[in-house]
Design a protein. Structure first.
Length: 288
């Protein structure tokens, strides 16, 4: 039987006694700390912490631990979450017509290198139904039947229905080339990750690699970030780059960039699944 283990993440106003209170709480209950990380943001005067611990009480549940920890959280005015480390987050992957990130995530999952359950793939095009089927993942084709707000809302309602019925923990936009409505962004606040095919904040919008090519850049990159109503402005989780030179074509930059996108998104998804990402206003704290 897998040892009961839990992950606590928190942020709160910085003050004395936080670590002592958390470690004391675990010690009193026979909890064994597997790993712990903390960060004091001096700009915002907030304290961040992630603790992964084993629980040796045979009858302990997540709800019990939450109720026991609640008084400490209230005392220190914490924003906190407690997760059962044995339960993998359930993902919904959204894609359009460019499938390299989808294929990479599916392969990593099948290989056991991504600690998630991929519950479904959703697309506004039917192209990747065979790919999803080859990995045994349900595929849902929800086409956009027009460009009006009502038509977009109807399509997004189908997606949100999957999120609810499949108990999705996180939605991954793996080159899903549609802008989510403000309503959908709010519904998925803090649990939707996008891969942007550029090293934000430069070269926003369409064809960023071509923009970079025209500027003669020497580095290209990709950015994984949380989705917000402000397009491509969400808190950044991970970024990576690749060095290029003047002899490369726009097509070669694009091919190289897609490799970077896959790695960057996979890291962000893995860290999020391991509860290593904590929001810090418009930024993130990532305990790696």
């Amino acid at each position: 039987m897998t040892q009961a283990n839990f992950i606590l993440t928190l942020s709160c106003p910085d003050q004395m006694g936080i670590v002592h209170a958390v470690s004391g709480f675990l010690f009193e209950r026979g909890g064994n700390i597997v790993d712990s990380a903390q960060f004091d943001d001096q700009d915002s005067d907030r304290f961040f912490m992630r603790v992964h611990f084993e629980e040796h009480r045979p009858d302990v549940t997540l709800d019990v631990l939450k109720s026991e920890f609640a008084p400490i959280a209230e005392k220190f005015n914490m924003d906190w979450q407690l997760f059962d480390g044995r339960i993998k987050p359930r993902l919904l992957i959204m894609v359009s017509k460019i499938g390299h990130c989808l294929n990479d995530l599916l392969f990593r999952h099948q290989s056991g290198n991504l600690p998630v359950d991929i519950a479904a793939v959703v697309s506004n095009h039917p192209d990747y139904a065979p790919l999803a089927a080859s990995y045994g993942v349900p595929f849902h084709h929800f086409p956009l039947l027009g460009s009006t707000d009502a038509q977009k809302a109807a399509q997004e309602a189908q997606v949100l229905n999957i999120v609810a019925t499949e108990q999705i923990d996180c939605v991954i936009l793996a080159r899903y080339m549609q802008i989510l409505s403000d309503n959908m962004c709010q519904q998925l606040n803090g649990r939707a990750i996008n891969i942007h095919h550029s090293f934000l904040p430069s070269f926003k919008g369409a064809k960023p690699y071509h923009q970079a090519f025209n500027k003669g850049v020497k580095l290209i990159g990709a950015t994984a970030h949380f989705v917000t109503a402000d397009l491509d402005e969400g808190p950044i989780i991970e970024q990576d780059i690749a060095r290029v030179n003047h002899a490369m074509s726009a097509a070669e930059l694009t091919a190289m960039g897609r490799d970077v996108e896959c790695v960057t998104l996979a890291r962000a998804v893995k860290w999020h699944a391991e509860r290593r990402v904590v929001l810090n206003n418009k930024k993130t704290v990532v305990f790696r």
